[in-house]
Ligand binder design. Sequence first.
Ligand code: TZP
Ligand code: MG
Length: 209
Amino acid sequence: MSLQNDLALYAVTDRSWLNGRSLHDCVAEALRGGATMVQLREKHLDDDAFTAEARDIKQLCADYHVPFIINDNLTVAMAVDADGIHVGQDDMSALEIRRQWGKNKIVGVSAQTVAEAVRAEKDGADYLGVGAVFPTATKTDAIDVPLPVLRDITKATSIPTVAIGGIDLTNTTQLKDSGIVGIAIISAIFAADDIAAASAALRQASQQL
Ligand code: TZP
Ligand code: MG
């Protein structure tokens, strides 16, 4: 599969939405429903715990032939030989990641402006995550990215872009014609009672973009 196809439904984890369920089971359900890429996003685990969990989720993703991405921790990403890493604007640059980790890994960068997006592409990013495109309760410090800016970013860059932030079944149609290749989602997947069903519906919605 091409990276563009892999980005159709990008499931990003956040254990605060799991409501007592295990991360392993929730990611398995997301994959069963049709998630095409998984990002393990842990903000509060130390490297040892993060690495142990990453090994487990990596195997799960491999079973589904879905790329497995680590959020913002190159030590963990390298330790488990993840398929890639995703970094924000305040994290290590794509350039530095390439230097330390090599050419064949997927590097994703969050961007909120055209300038940040163009810089990330120049630095060697493989894809962009742009948002928050809608209000979100998941990331309280998220910066709003209006839809015209999302469109400007996809026009100004040639690497694939996913939108993130507050995306659910009620608003995906608003993302039509924005130039994105897919949607990155936390709560509309991981807070759902039926995670597999939610993923399947969102995958379908992504296919209509
Ligand atoms: N970056 C920008 S918005 C956001 C991140 C990580 C949170 C997305 O979560 P949700 O629940 O899909 O709105
Ligand atoms: Mg970060």
